[in-house]
Design a protein around this ligand. Structure first.
Ligand code: GTP
Length: 232
């Protein structure tokens, strides 16, 4: 029998964010991946252009199947229960197409948007998305205009279903990192908290937390991130 509780050097990890638009998923993910360029990967939903939405999971598992890769961040907002459920369903369905049947995968959730901070989150993410301008795969300020962007962002906030660990699907996460949200350097604070909580729960994945100045440098680099795929 496969012992799914056992975590060892063969264990692989997936990270599913739970967020609304602009909370810093990409910046936080890039900060982490830059620290472990060989063993961590990052697949962005915004880079997937075809009709097949499950490409997000297929690409993530393909990357995770590489020998040296231990952890992949599956970057999408997943702001509703059904989106989180869909990721778990895809994982179940597709896992054995990419990884040996006995591969043990742990799924880590990262919640970016505390429910009691939604009004601040709304203000700050709005300002950041204005600043980001056209520097995004699908949300282009110049093309959509302020009204449409505000409409898209408000829709996410209205439909948002925060993590609820006692119910399905959120009770399927092996670990949940619940981030706070602040204005200044929030993605740096996020990256540090994620590193510390994963290090504590899964030292096999993060045996040693990188030094503060390395994390800082990685964050500064990530703030300059420019997407490569353009969606039309
Ligand atoms: P979506 O993909 O649109 O949902 O956004 P996201 O959650 O991936 O957020 P992203 O990382 O793209 O951040 C949104 C904007 O805020 C970008 O222009 C980032 O450069 C900026 N940003 C992210 N984190 C920080 C931070 O800690 N401080 C500052 N000043 N800006 C940040």
């Amino acid at each position: 029998a496969i012992d799914y509780e056992k975590v060892d050097e063969h264990t692989k990890f997936l990270i599913f964010p739970i967020s609304v638009i602009g909370c810093g998923k990409t910046t936080t993910s890039q900060t982490l991946v830059n620290l472990f360029p060989e063993s961590w990967g990052h697949i962005q939903n915004d880079d997937i252009t075809g009709k097949d939405k499950s490409q997000l999971m297929k690409k993530s598992l393909e990357l995770l199947s590489k020998k040296e890769v231990k952890c992949v961040i599956v970057d999408r907002n997943n702001h509703q229960f059904r989106e989180r459920q869909q990721l778990f369903d895809w994982l179940d369905e597709l896992k054995e197409d990419y990884l040996a049947y006995d591969t043990n995968i742990k799924v880590i959730g990262v919640s970016f948007a505390p429910y009691d901070k939604l009004p601040e989150i709304k203000d700050i993410t709005m300002r950041r998305v204005i600043n980001r301008g056209n520097n995004h795969q699908s949300i282009k300020w110049d093309e959509l205009g302020e009204k449409k962007v505000v409409g898209i962002m408000s829709g996410f906030l209205k439909r948002y279903q925060p993590v609820s660990l006692r119910r399905s699907p959120d009770n399927m996460f092996d670990l949940m990192v619940e981030l706070d949200f602040g204005e200044v350097d929030s993605s740096l604070t996020n990256a540090k908290q994620i590193l510390s909580e994963i290090h504590k729960a899964y030292p096999i994945l993060i045996p040693e937390i990188p030094k503060d100045d390395e994390i800082d440098a990685s964050f500064r680099k990530s703030l300059d991130y420019k997407p490569t795929v353009q969606k039309r």
